[in-house]
Design a binder for this molecule. Structure first.
Ligand code: SF4
Ligand code: SF4
Ligand code: SF4
Length: 290
């Protein structure tokens, strides 16, 4: 039996409970896959695996029950299919995203193209800690970005535009945070309650509430697992390119400073998160959260 150790050591190859078999995880940024690629994966799983695939929580696909001697062939077949072997070790792992503006009526940002841009720049980079990145188009946070090492959330700040508010109350019905009240026949926004979801912006039949800005909130140091923790707010940035640049800065900062063997969430203070937050806000033109 000839085993390619290089491929066996790849982050996307996981030894199973039965150590004679491996599961192969695929790289699928934002969980995007064409119908042709799905057919390709089905054929590959049938030929080299156990004839099944597993859909993971990180929006990717795993091919279970691959014999180690077939890793070289499956690696080549997956490359050819445009769905190469992924990662799951102390690396940048599969970037996940909700449908965003492509399909969701609540979305404030294009999540899928952002996930693809981040994947192109950073996927698979070896790190001292595992770095999971999740993107959501609005504060509903369907991909739980704040429970990832790096989270991105699209938000919109509502403001009153010129024009006459009729006091119809439609916007108050839409706002789930009770952040809009009708006072003396006109709407009043309460910034302290508003989560910047942007839902009210599209609800007003007279376009009295408009978006002051749509932006990207970036969080760091969240995690799921046995002791879940919510990530800390790092900064807000105005566009996708700035979001990519901010993520690259976070990754470089973690790469240079973090220690292996501890989750990022457990060492944020030790690696001077507060100082970094001030630096990145200044460099990216973002809004410091302290
Ligand atoms: S997070 Fe918001 S934009 Fe994304 S799918 Fe959920 S509701 Fe839609
Ligand atoms: S943005 Fe969302 S939370 Fe804020 S006022 Fe509008 S609906 Fe309410
Ligand atoms: S802002 Fe628009 S939806 Fe809200 S009360 Fe005024 S007119 Fe009605």
């Amino acid at each position: 039996m000839k085993i390619d150790i290089g491929i066996h050591m790849k982050g996307g190859v996981i030894t199973e409970r039965n150590p004679d078999l491996c599961t192969v995880r695929v790289r699928l940024p934002a969980g995007r896959i064409t119908t042709e690629q799905i057919r390709g994966i089905a054929a590959i799983a049938k030929k080299y695996g156990g004839g099944i695939v597993h859909m993971t929580t990180r929006q990717t696909v795993e091919i279970p029950h691959v014999r180690p001697e077939n890793l070289k062939k499956i690696n080549r077949a997956l490359e050819k299919n445009g769905t190469p072997i992924g990662s799951e070790r102390d690396e940048i792992v599969n970037v996940i995203a909700c449908p965003g503006t492509e399909r969701c009526k609540f979305a404030n940002i294009d999540t899928i193209s952002l996930a693809q841009k981040i994947d192109e720049r950073l996927f698979g980079k070896e790190m001292p800690v595992k770095v999971r990145i999740a993107i959501s188009g609005c504060p509903n946070a369907c991909t739980s970005p704040m429970l990832n090492e790096i989270g991105i959330i699209g938000r919109a700040v509502p403001v009153r535009a010129e024009g006459k508010c009729t006091g119809c109350g439609t916007c108050t019905e839409y706002c789930k945070e009770e952040a809009i009240r009708i006072r003396r026949g006109t709407c009043v926004l309460d910034e302290t309650k508003c989560v910047q979801c942007g839902v009210c912006i599209n609800s007003c039949p007279y376009s009295i509430i408009v978006a002051k800005n749509r932006h990207f909130l970036i969080t760091v140091g969240g995690r799921r697992g046995r002791h879940p923790r919510v990530g800390r707010e790092l900064t807000t940035v105005p566009d996708a390119d700035s979001a990519v640049a901010a993520v690259e800065k976070i990754v470089n900062w973690v790469y240079r400073r973090a220690w292996s063997g501890r989750l990022l969430s457990d060492q944020l203070d030790d690696i001077q998160f507060s100082k970094f937050r001030k630096e990145i806000a200044g460099a990216s033109g973002g809004d410091p959260k302290e």
